[in-house]
Design a protein around this ligand. Structure first.
Ligand SMILES: [Fe+2]
Length: 285
């Protein structure tokens, strides 16, 4: 069912990413993402950006929209540029998956990001970012456990027809699961279609549709937002980065099993999902 381990990504994106300063790193299979260029301070850059926002208004918007917020611009350009460079450098690490009738695309899990793009992990743990998201949603947010490959992950749409059908980002945790989606590369006609209030009988459903532009964000409660990504066209490319935060990282064993199987089949492959769970064998002498 899945295409685990296949890395044959089409690299025929029509143009350079829409963010200046990005440096596609296609020629080297193992680029040193931290070498040479000075990386931005993720936390400081986010804090500076947040300081310019009207957070009380955005908090009201988030509540009025049933735990959903879209901002076309959020990240500082230097942060976006670093994400673009990382996303391009990690193309050889993509795990492709195909679930007929539901999804088709590629992904790179947090485990690979930890090894190859630690700047993304720093951004995920930015105190300024988490504190601001807590303001928006009114919940105390915690990072997802180390074993969760979705904690921070890149999602690649690189072949015509790549998409994901209507779904919720269901929480298998004991608490709520929030998704922060950051636009990274947008050279496509894909849309993030959504429907607000579908699980609130008191409020009429409200459809919407946005493009996930580089440096923009979408933040939502995974169990409340019904959403999909429409199919990629020919000669297009789209990459997004999602961060997952939880209010209680506990998970019942059978839900853990369901969650792991879903992640292995639909996203990251069995090797990535179960690598942290199984004891490592000693290499034979
Ligand atoms: Fe989703």
């Amino acid at each position: 069912m899945s295409e685990q381990g296949t890395n044959d990504v089409t690299l025929d994106a029509p143009s350079a990413p829409a963010v200046s300063g990005a440096s596609p790193a296609r020629s080297s299979p193992k680029p040193a993402l931290r070498a040479g260029a000075a990386l931005p301070d993720a936390d400081a850059a986010v804090a500076a950006g947040i300081g310019k926002l009207d957070s009380s208004r955005l908090r009201a918007d988030f509540g009025r929209q049933g735990a959903f917020l879209h901002l076309e611009e959020f990240l500082a350009p230097e942060v976006t540029a670093q994400l673009v460079a990382s996303a391009r450098a990690l193309i050889p690490e993509i795990n492709r998956n195909y679930l007929p009738g539901h999804k088709q695309g590629g992904s790179v899990s947090r485990h690979t990001i930890d090894e190859r793009a630690p700047f993304i992990a720093e951004l995920y743990r930015s105190k300024a970012l988490i504190g601001w998201l807590e303001q928006l949603c009114g919940d105390k947010l915690l990072p997802s456990p180390d074993s969760d490959p979705h904690a921070y992950a890149l999602y690649y749409y690189t072949r015509p027809g790549d998409h994901i059908g209507w779904h919720y980002d269901t929480s298998y945790y004991d608490g709520r699961r929030y998704t922060l989606l950051l636009g990274v590369i947008e050279e496509s006609s894909c849309r993030l279609d959504y429907e607000l209030h579908t699980r609130d009988a008191q409020v009429p459903d409200e459809p919407g549709s946005v493009q996930t532009t580089p440096g923009g964000l979408v933040f939502f409660d995974g169990d409340k937002l019904r959403h999909r990504i429409t199919p990629l066209g020919a000669n297009e490319m789209r990459v997004s980065l999602t961060f997952e935060y939880v209010t209680d990282p506990g998970m019942r064993p059978w839900l853990r099993f369901i969650s792991n199987m879903k992640d292995a089949i639909a996203y990251f492959g069995f090797r990535q999902v179960f690598r942290k769970l199984a004891p490592r064998r000693k290499p034979r002498a």
